[in-house]
Design a protein around this ligand. Structure first.
Ligand code: DOR
Ligand code: ZN
Length: 448
């Protein structure tokens, strides 16, 4: 599939040759984890090796830093069209670049819904114009995400946006018959169907994870089974149809076990987990601060452990942020009225390092895989996720895995402020991000 985010956008200019010297090159798709120089020329990787001659290239000392493929986020909400007061493709692209991303996949729950060629083409074109990150829009599975009839998947697939992933995210695909049809139909253009697994008959009115904390707080609970029964259904339908299924934001131990078992019997399924589901528990709801309200909800400690294990053994292919910006007047209201969702793009790397790598759940190369090659594989995204071989587009992230910093909501590039990590001390910071050889972020600073 060709990239909608081809070069030629209105983003930062001036991609002179650069030699990234002496960094730890972690390129899981290329099987690389060792000190190496990377020479970038003409927007592409020109050479990888030890002791490369810079020639006319600018030399950047990467000693102590990690050089990896640019990060890929399978799941973001950029709110354009419709809620540009919360985020735009431009502000979301900035947040993504600062977070080390070179590719993002915005979900279709916009207004109007991205359920037709016109909207997905607009999103892709706007992404190209901004030029900070490749924007690969996700099309809706059903018209208006209403769950009643299939959207024109083929028209979106064959549009200029070349959509190869469909989802009703924000909502599940309620009707098994429609999911079956989508999984069958999508095979004609090798697309993947990404489901937000939730049975609304068990979650209507629910406010948080169902467990001891919800009982104490007197908030209506959202049982783990509401996710797991839909995960089970989806896996059965993937098996029945032979279609490619992707499961969004897994949050429970039972979901991870179901996916692990399905994988073992050869079902074509991939899965993602969001940083908040491996860093925060339902205990956070005791504050009644709606910044902690999210769908699926923050779960138990045992669930967090299972998500971490699933990421470690590869049952979960990708870390995806579910970056969900909300305008202050919508989100900063009483818990029951607040919309679910939290920011993710600018904190994902640091949370991954601080909460997965430093405590020893994942090795650094595994963590990088879940941010790069893993997500790129789920969607077969061209030019992203590595391998960093000569001729490949120079989509790169350089980060300091030990740099300590404190998350500060006012300093985020996102238009919204709903991060649950404000004030949190973390380690791991993006130093440079390059999109096709052009710095979108340099020395930790945006280059726009
Ligand atoms: O917390 C969430 N927020 N979960 C979703 O599925 C949708 C998202 C949003 O669009 O705000
Ligand atoms: Zn969702």
């Amino acid at each position: 599939m060709s990239a909608p985010g081809a070069p030629g956008g209105a983003g930062p200019r001036g991609a002179g040759p650069v030699l990234l010297r002496g960094g730890r090159l972690v390129d899981p798709a290329g099987g690389h984890d060792a000190t190496a120089d990377v020479l970038v020329r003409g927007g592409a990787v020109a050479a990888v090796g030890v002791g490369l001659e810079p020639g006319d290239a600018e030399v950047l000392d990467c000693d102590g830093l990690v050089v990896s493929p640019g990060f890929v986020d399978l799941h973001v909400h950029l709110r354009e069209p419709g809620r540009e007061d919360a985020e735009t493709i431009e502000t979301g692209s900035r947040a993504a670049a600062l977070g080390g991303y070179t590719a993002v996949c915005p979900m279709p729950n916009t207004d109007p819904v991205a359920d037709n060629a016109g909207v997905v083409e607009m999103v892709a074109a706007r992404g190209r114009e901004v030029g900070l990150v490749d924007v690969f829009p996700v099309g809706a599975v059903t018209l208006g995400q209403r769950g009643a009839e299939l959207a024109e998947l083929g028209t979106m697939a064959h549009s200029a946006a070349r959509v190869d992933c469909f989802s009703d995210d924000g909502r599940p695909i309620r009707e098994a018959r429609l999911l079956r049809l989508a999984l069958e139909y999508a095979q004609a253009f090798d697309a993947v169907i990404a489901d937000h697994a939730e049975d609304p008959s068990l979650t209507d009115g629910a406010q948080m994870h169902e467990g001891e904390v919800s009982a104490i707080l007197g908030l209506q609970g959202w049982p783990a089974a509401a996710e797991e029964m839909v995960v089970a259904r989806d896996l059965l339908l993937a098996e029945l149809t032979g279609g490619r299924l992707h499961l969004c934001h897994l949050s429970t131990a039972g979901s991870v076990a179901l996916v692990r078992a399905a994988r073992a019997r050869g079902v074509l399924v991939t899965a993602e987990a969001a940083p908040h589901h491996f860093t925060l528990t339902d205990e956070a709801a005791r504050s009644f601060d709606p910044v902690y309200k999210v769908n699926p909800p923050l779960r138990s400690k045992a669930d967090i452990e299972a998500i971490r294990d699933g990421l470690a053994d590869g049952t979960i292919d990708a870390i995806a942020t579910d970056h969900a910006p909300h305008a202050r007047e919508d989100k900063e209201v009483e818990w029951a009225s607040a919309p679910p969702g939290m920011l993710g793009l600018e904190t994902a790397l640091a949370l991954t390092i601080t909460e997965l790598v430093e405590p020893g759940y994942l090795r650094l190369d595994q963590a990088v895989e879940r941010l790069t090659a893993g997500p790129a594989r789920c969607r077969r995204l061209p030019g992203h996720g590595g391998p960093l071989v000569p001729g490949a587009p120079a989509n790169l992230t350089v980060f300091d895995p030990t740099a300590a910093w404190t998350v500060a909501a006012p300093a985020l590039a996102s238009r919204a402020r709903n991060t649950p990590y404000h004030g949190r001390q973390v380690r791991g910071r993006v130093v440079h991000t390059l999109l096709r050889g052009t710095f979108t972020v340099r020395d930790g600073k945006a280059s726009w």
